[in-house]
Write a protein that binds this ligand. Structure first.
Ligand code: CP
Length: 334
């Protein structure tokens, strides 16, 4: 793997060997951390974390990952910099690139991530845009590999719900790249963009994987190893969309009935989080008061069940982001 100096803006920026190598490095770094033998490979480096949207996991993964490896991270939250309002993306890239060794960007436009990478002169890591969530899929695939204890090419995953969202796009492309059987169950209005599907289909043809999109959730999940869902209104979309999305996506809720439809007693549940599985959030309470729903994309009994791997998946954000930092800033990480 030679990722030194490279950016990671979308899943297919890595080839299958590189992707697997990042997962292997993440597993190795996880073991080092757990056994308190972690070697600091990024001593003296400083990275910028430029966020146009809020975050718990992605910010934490970059901050803790950098700190564990001896690097310093500077967080710039929504509205805290001149970016986009008083300063162009191109100028921001050239300024941050003079001061930092790498830039994490979470924002709206994929074109901003690409422009930052084109002009910064240092690696840029996409921490989520409206199009892709490629650091999330690294953690997802590592979690699937861990739980199944089988190679990714032998595994199947079905994303159920908002198939047009960035998390689904990244899962689809990353899974196809790695030879997985990837399925999407979503209503016609919220299926993956044709360009995403075309890219995933091409990658699956090369890797021996498969890609299938349907509007029938029960048929889609038959025999699957992993069930995956995400929130029905994504970060950055307006709150006004909740009613429309609930009407559209309620038949795609991951509940006990859908878990049983897999026919797989060992099926595992994944979610990138945060999740609306109860009424213990502001939005969850609002939806309950208006619609009488106690959960949205996943019911609490599934979320809290032994089949749920969501907190392993959240922890793996740290190990995979750290692997990405080490690979792109220090080389192989050996
Ligand atoms: N899954 C994810 O990206 O979480 P955050 O929005 O908290 O970073």
């Amino acid at each position: 793997m030679d990722l030194l100096g490279r950016s990671y803006l979308k899943d297919s920026d890595l080839n299958a060997e590189e992707y697997e190598a990042v997962l292997d490095l993440a597993a190795r770094l996880r073991e080092e951390k757990r056994s308190r033998r972690e070697r600091r490979r990024l001593e003296g480096r400083t990275i910028a974390l430029l966020f146009e949207k809020t975050s718990t996991r992605t910010r934490s993964a970059f901050e803790v990952g950098a700190r564990d490896q001896g690097a310093h991270a500077v967080y710039m939250g929504p509205g805290e910099t001149q970016f986009g309002v008083k300063e162009s993306t191109k100028d921001t890239a050239r300024v941050l690139g003079r001061m930092f060794d790498g830039i994490e960007f979470r924002g709206f436009r994929q074109s901003d991530a690409e422009e930052l990478a084109a002009y910064a002169g240092v690696p840029v890591w996409n921490g989520l845009t409206d199009r892709w969530h490629p650091t999330q899929s690294l953690a997802d695939l590592l979690t699937m590999r861990d739980h199944a204890r089988r190679p990714l090419r032998d595994l199947s995953v079905c994303f159920v719900g908002d198939g047009a969202a960035n998390t689904c796009a990244s899962l689809l492309v990353a899974g196809a790249l790695m030879g997985m059987d990837v399925r999407v169950a979503a209503p016609a209005a919220r299926q993956p963009a044709p360009s995403v599907l075309a890219e995933a289909t091409t990658l699956a043809a090369a890797s021996g994987g498969s890609v299938r999109v349907t509007d029938d959730p029960h048929a889609a999940v038959a025999g699957v190893d992993f069930l995956y869902t995400d929130v029905w209104v994504s970060l950055g979309e307006p709150d006004e969309l909740w009613d429309e999305r609930i009407d559209l996506l309620l038949p795609y809720q991951v509940n006990v009935d859908l878990v049983e439809a897999t026919g797989n007693p060992h099926v595992r549940f994944l979610h990138c989080l945060p999740a609306f599985h109860d009424t213990h959030t502001e939005i969850g309470r609002r939806v309950f008061e208006k619609r009488g729903l106690r959960a949205m994309e996943v019911t609490d009994d599934v979320f809290e069940s032994p089949a749920s791997a969501v907190f392993d998946e959240a922890e793996n954000r740290l190990h995979t982001v750290k692997a990405l930092l080490v690979a792109t800033l220090a080389g192989d990480g050996g």
